[in-house]
Design a protein around this ligand. Structure first.
Ligand SMILES: NC(=O)c1ccc[n+]([C@@H]2O[C@H](COP(=O)([O-])OP(=O)(O)OC[C@H]3O[C@@H](n4cnc5c(N)ncnc54)[C@H](O)[C@@H]3O)[C@@H](O)[C@H]2O)c1
Length: 486
């Protein structure tokens, strides 16, 4: 039987699709209907070995090319992605369930942005000259790390494949990317397009599978760097395993981020911020501001306006471009979200919107809002990773800052206020890697993205990502005689 989105092979290795049917079967399910749209096989040991050996065989020649030449290929790949944006977005919608309205602007296009940005930077990577007196000097050389492994989550499959691949390749590395087993299709297209753009075979390989495939990649001594996007429990395991081999890591993990709305904020703008911070991608965004602290003076106005605006959430066929709210990615994730909604009710939070599963095929749940949430409730402490907004009340700035920071996570934080001095004071106090003033969840490639505390290590995007995919070699040069004590 052939499936609607069946790829030519489960893996993309050494410039071509590869299959090994002895690997366990993974069903790829369209979350909107529950239909199986493809079947892929988990990578076997032989597949993993082929991915590693072909990457190693290609990497040194790639690193020896000029940055400008490498960058040209990445920029060509960006152009191809943009030309095929519609087709890639339809695939992403099938892989994830996210509405086409979103995938058309946020997924392949964001991946293309990363390829274009790092393609542009590749020719400007340099070391520096350091004068040391007496004519002596040192210089630094920026070198590729070697073989990098990227491991993705299921919420932004194309974007994650590009956000990791683009800086890795720009710096002269090879990458093996393992997408989430829930969304295996889009990364294959990224690999295909990179090679079509001229990337030499072996430099961007995609292997499918669960953590059983991710784990041996992380521990393989030939791998120099691991970049994971995933949950904190997985991050802990992967970071520890990578530390055994003293490997470089980037950890983009989960969050329970605060969004603080002061009573001088523009109400509609703040409600928009809260919607973007909770319901985009059906709430499956790591940086979501799911603890919405609203100052008591505007609490009722905020909740009323939010209820009105929620009427604009349109669920339905994700391929219909007027639909703006899709299903959860999987039955398992839906069950987790339903569990948290039940917990919120049990703990005494006031359900003011949503909370119900739709009685139809697929993994649909309404956008949900709890009010009167308190800091100690489970729904206010744990990452739900679904469309559940928790609204908490507060009185003053010092109090809300302390409460906003009272979490093990530190991915993102936002503030809405008309008082910009207060906005800057708040972000200076937030214990979070990515902050927003009068906005939420913007992630342009030019800006570093990442978390502090348990939400991660390192940064993606922006010039700083170069530091995470390369290292400096220092060279001391003596021009006068070298002297010694004896
Ligand atoms: N900070 C960010 O940039 C960011 C972005 C998106 C998602 N996330 C986080 O990702 C989570 C949701 O994604 P998920 O459910 O796919 O996460 P997950 O942690 O379950 O899985 C992430 C990836 O790790 C792999 N994996 C699992 N165990 C492994 C192991 N032992 N060794 C190597 N790889 C292993 C999985 O197969 C998957 O590809 C949420 O917590 C979310 O906040 C973070």
């Amino acid at each position: 039987m052939s499936y609607k989105y069946q790829p030519e092979g489960s893996h993309f290795i050494n410039g071509r699709y590869v299959e090994d049917t002895t690997g366990a079967v993974i069903d790829v399910i369209y979350p909107a209907t529950g239909e199986v749209i493809a079947k892929v096989h988990e990578a076997t040991e032989a597949v993993i070995e082929e991915a590693i050996t072909s990457a190693l065989a290609a990497q040194q020649a790639w690193a020896a090319m000029s940055g400008t030449e490498r960058g040209r290929i990445l920029r060509r790949a960006a152009d191809i992605i943009r030309e095929r944006n519609h087709e890639l977005s339809v695939l992403e919608t099938h892989d994830t369930g996210k509405p086409l309205q979103e995938t058309l602007v946020a997924d392949a296009t964001s991946g293309a942005d990363a390829l274009e940005y790092f393609g542009g930077l590749a020719g400007s990577l340099t070391g520096e000259h350091i004068a040391l007196g007496d004519g002596n000097f040192a210089y630094t050389m920026r070198e590729a790390l070697g073989l990098c492994v990227g491991i993705g989550a299921w919420n932004y499959p194309t974007q994650i494949a590009c956000w990791k691949g683009a800086p890795a390749l720009a710096c002269g590395n090879a990458m093996i990317f393992k997408p989430s087993e829930t969304t295996p299709l889009s990364a294959l297209k990224v690999a295909e397009i990179l090679h079509e753009a001229g990337l030499p075979a072996g430099l961007y390989n995609v292997v499918q599978g669960t953590g059983k495939v991710g784990a041996p990649l992380v521990t393989d001594p030939r791998v120099n760097k691991v970049s994971l996007t995933g949950s904190v429990p997985t991050g802990r395991k992967v970071y520890a395993a990578a530390a055994e081999g003293m490997k470089h890591v980037t950890m983009e993990l989960g969050g329970k981020s605060p969004l603080v709305v002061f009573d001088d904020a523009d109400l509609d703008s703040a409600v928009s911020g809260a919607i973007n911070a909770n319901f985009y991608s059906t709430g499956q965004v790591c940086s979501n501001g799911t603890r919405v602290f609203v100052q008591k003076g505007i609490k009722e106005a905020f909740l009323n306006r939010l209820a009105e605006r929620l009427q604009g959430a349109k669920m339905g066929d994700p391929l219909d471009e007027s639909v703006n709210f899709g299903p959860m990615v999987s039955a398992a994730q839906l069950a987790i979200v339903e569990g948290y909604i039940a917990k919120g009710k049990e703990e005494g939070a006031r359900l003011v919107a949503g909370g119900n599963r739709l009685d139809q095929e697929g993994y649909w749940i309404e956008p949900t809002v709890f009010a009167d949430v308190t800091d100690d409730m489970v729904v206010a402490r744990e990452e739900i990773f679904g469309p559940v907004m928790c609204v908490l009340d507060f009185d003053d700035e010092d109090e809300v800052l302390a409460r906003a920071n009272d979490t093990e996570f530190g991915l993102a934080a936002g503030v809405f206020t008309a008082d910009l001095a207060r906005g800057h004071r708040m972000v200076a106090g937030f214990e979070a890697g990515t902050c927003f003033i009068n906005s939420y969840n913007d992630a342009p490639v030019e800006v570093p993205f990442g978390g502090s505390k348990m939400s991660g290590v390192g940064r993606e995007n922006a010039k700083t990502a170069i530091n995470h995919y390369s290292e400096l070699k220092s060279v001391f040069v003596r021009l006068d005689a070298c002297e010694a004590a004896f």
